[in-house]
Design a protein around this ligand. Sequence first.
Ligand code: FE
Ligand code: FE
Length: 179
Amino acid sequence: MSKSDKEARRQKVIDVLNKARSMELHAITQYMNQHYGLDDMDYGELAKQVKLIALDEMRHAEMFAERIKELGGEPTADLCCPVERKQAVERIFPFDAHQEDDTIEQYNQFLIVCRENGDSGSQKIFETIIEEEQMHYNYFDSISNHIEKLGDVFLSKIAGTPASTGLAHQGYAVTEGGE
Ligand code: FE
Ligand code: FE
C-alpha cells in the first residue's frame, strides 16, 4: 500500500472521530443546560444524574481527541448541532433518549469505517463508548417512561431531592458500574 493510500485511510478515521467528538461536545452542552434547568425546577435527583452523564460525555470527547492527536489530526471544537434551551421536564428525557439512540446508531456506522480502514484501535474506542451510550439510553428511556405513565405522581417524589453528586465526579457509567 502506498504512503498516500495510508494517509487517505487515516484521514477517513480522523473524520469520523471528529464527527463523534462534535456530537459529544453538543451532548455536554445540552446536558449541562438541562442539569441547571432541572436544578432550578427542584428535581434534584434528575439534575444529579444528568450532570453525571454530562461528565461521561466529557470523558468521551477527551477519548476521541486523544485518539485524533495520536493519528496526527486536529480535534474539533465545534458542536455538531444547536443546543435546545429551556426544555420542560416532560421534553428532556424523551429528547435525550432519542439523542442517545441516534448516537449509538451513528457510532456503529463510524466503527465500521474504522474497521474498513484498518484501525482496530479506534474501532475499540467506539465499542467502549457505545456501551456507555447504551447505559445513558437506558436511564433516559426509563425516566421518560415514568414521567409518561405516572406524570405528577412520579415527579412529586423527585421534587426537593438533593442534586449533590457527592464524591461521584467520575460520571454516570463509572458510578453505575460500581467501580
Ligand atoms: Fe458520549
Ligand atoms: Fe451519552
